[in-house]
Design a protein around this ligand. Structure first.
Ligand code: NAD
Length: 505
């Protein structure tokens, strides 16, 4: 017998999955439902442009139904009222369910939004499972406070679940972004209504089923797929939603604040876009590593990462050599079939995104930047959405490709002379999500890290990430922090309880 062809393996599994059919109905109160008005939308795979599922198109009536279910679950305390140790058990079982369903979830994610199967298997599913597990494990280890008072009083400062959380998430890491909200929100005892992106709704629906199988009570976690201006808007405007945990573009984040001000002043946590600067100083001696990381972090997930180091600031004395290295490295990121386990750069999420990216490439050329590699679509015959990894040299920071988030495999190289100039360029951005500094001088690395306006600064690497540290930005990259124990701040309210203590006589 011939050795199994791994490429064939995932194509075979995809064919089986599609032949069985993907259930695109909403999950409300523990059950699957069609939209109230029966409408559906096509879920199109960016691998080949084919429809892989028809999904319920949730609107205001469906959101209302989901919020009613979430509120009822919260009010009768079927989840919030369970001891933290018991909630932990369910969360750990939920994480285990994700691990058991790893291959199915990875396949759904890749078919739905185009990332390489290798990454779905190694990062997205395990990352989501670890997140759910980590917050589950944490929740029975957090204590409340007693305030310092005199003998005649006792003042408790306690954390209480906030109530009904609306989670609205993007398509670039559908499962991971959902789990960053679900982990702390559910562990703290809240009920959640999740609105996945219309471009990637499939794994969210499976997550809700797996949570139910793990023992999460019905109504605690509901999923309403649909469009932003319909389901998303209805959720963010709903008067009985206590908080919106949003991840997405800065444009939509602005709307979230508007919805809150027009409705019930619900809390809004915004995790938004980025245009992160990665600064390489000439004193960094291992330029091969710096270049490999700059390319790897940029082209990972087809450049559709909020924290992608999309502005590369290189000191002028090493810039020519550095750009040559990037050009050579780009060949390792040739777009290929996302279902092939060897592929490192898959498909962009849809035709609209491809057009957006190609529009930015044209803008770079129009403004006089030099495209040293890429700059074109690839694999058109597949019917899929592929763009070659692209590097622009000679970029000025006031160009469109340096100021706006492209969200595709396009790297802008900006040359600088001095440390002060590098800091000024890096901070001259509406965004402030991540930043990188490469220098062998400890003094410089610390000075520059302190000066950079960013939620996370990477020194001599750009890959480190873990559930244990907060993730979020400053400026127009948002105000929320996902991950780490700080995430509990978003999903709990501090309550003070004063008690008078009379003396014995
Ligand atoms: P998007 O803002 O278009 O959509 C995000 C979500 O909001 C989707 O579910 C969408 O349906 C919904 N939405 C869209 N319009 C809406 C409206 N008018 N009312 C209510 N909801 C609406 O963003 P996207 O294109 O899906 O995602 C890419 C963006 O997400 C990028 O800017 C990226 O940087 C950002 N992102 C940020 C982080 C972070 O942690 N900071 C992480 C991942 C992605």
């Amino acid at each position: 017998m011939n050795a199994p062809n791994p490429r064939g393996l995932w194509h075979g599994r995809a064919a089986d999955l599609l032949a069985r059919g993907i259930d695109g109905r909403m999950v409300i109160d523990g059950h699957r439902y069609h939209a109230t008005d029966g409408q559906l939308f096509d879920c199109i795979s960016p691998l080949d442009g084919k429809v892989i599922a028809r999904v319920a198109r949730g609107k205001a009536a469906d959101v209302a139904r989901a919020v009613t279910s979430a509120r009822a679950a919260f009010n009768d305390r079927r989840w919030a009222g369970q001891a933290p140790a018991q909630r932990k058990k369910v969360m750990l079982a939920f994480a285990e369910q994700l691990r058991r369903a790893r291959e199915e979830l990875a396949l759904l994610e890749t078919l739905d939004m185009g990332k390489p199967i290798k990454n779905s298997l190694s990062t997205d599913v395990p990352g989501a499972a670890r997140c759910i597990q980590w917050f589950g494990e944490a929740v029975d280890k957090i204590y409340d406070e007693i305030a310092p008072t005199g003998d005649n009083a006792l003042a408790l400062v306690t954390r209480q679940a906030i109530g009904v959380v609306g989670a609205i998430v993007p398509w670039n890491y559908p499962m991971l972004m959902a789990s960053w909200k679900l982990g702390p929100a559910l562990a703290a005892g809240n009920s959640v209504v999740l609105k996945p992106s219309e471009k990637s709704p499939l794994t969210a629906l499976r997550l809700a089923e797996l949570a139910l199988e793990a023992g999460l009570p019905e109504g605690v976690f509901n999923v309403v797929p649909g469009f932003g201006h319909e389901a998303g808007e209805a959720l963010a405007l709903h008067l009985d939603v206590d908080a919106i945990a949003f991840t997405g573009s800065t444009r939509t984040g602005r709307r979230m604040l508007d919805y809150a001000s027009r409705s019930n002043l619900k809390r809004v946590y915004n995790e938004l876009g980025g245009k992160s600067a990665n600064i390489v100083f000439a004193d960094f001696d291992d330029l091969d590593r710096a270049a490999a990381t700059a390319a790897g972090s940029m082209f990972y997930n087809q450049g559709e990462s909020c924290n992608a180091p999309s502005r590369l600031l290189v000191q002028d004395t090493i810039a020519d050599a550095f750009v040559e290295k990037l050009k050579a490295l780009a060949t390792q990121y040739a777009p290929a079939d996302p279902l092939d386990p060897g592929t490192v750069l898959g498909a962009l999420v849809d035709e609209t995104q491809t057009q957006t990216v190609m529009g930015y490439i044209q803008a770079g050329l129009d403004e006089g930047a030099q495209c040293v590699t890429g700059g074109r679509r690839a694999l058109e015959a597949t019917g899929g959405q592929f763009v070659a990894p692209t590097v622009f040299d000679g970029v000025r920071n006031d160009m469109k490709i340096a100021q706006e988030e492209i969200f595709g495999p396009v790297l802008a190289v900006i040359r600088f002379k001095t440390e002060a100039e590098a800091i000024a360029i890096a901070n001259d951005s509406a965004y402030g999500l991540h930043a990188g500094v490469w220098s062998r001088s400890l003094d410089r690395a610390v000075r520059v890290s302190r000066a950079l306006q960013a939620g996370t600064v990477h020194v001599n690497q750009y890959d480190e990430d873990d559930i244990t540290v907060p993730f979020g930005g400053v400026k127009q990259s948002g105000n929320g922090r996902d991950k780490s124990l700080h995430a509990f701040d978003k999903y709990t309210e501090l309550k003070t309880t004063w008690m008078r203590i009379d003396s014995a006589n």
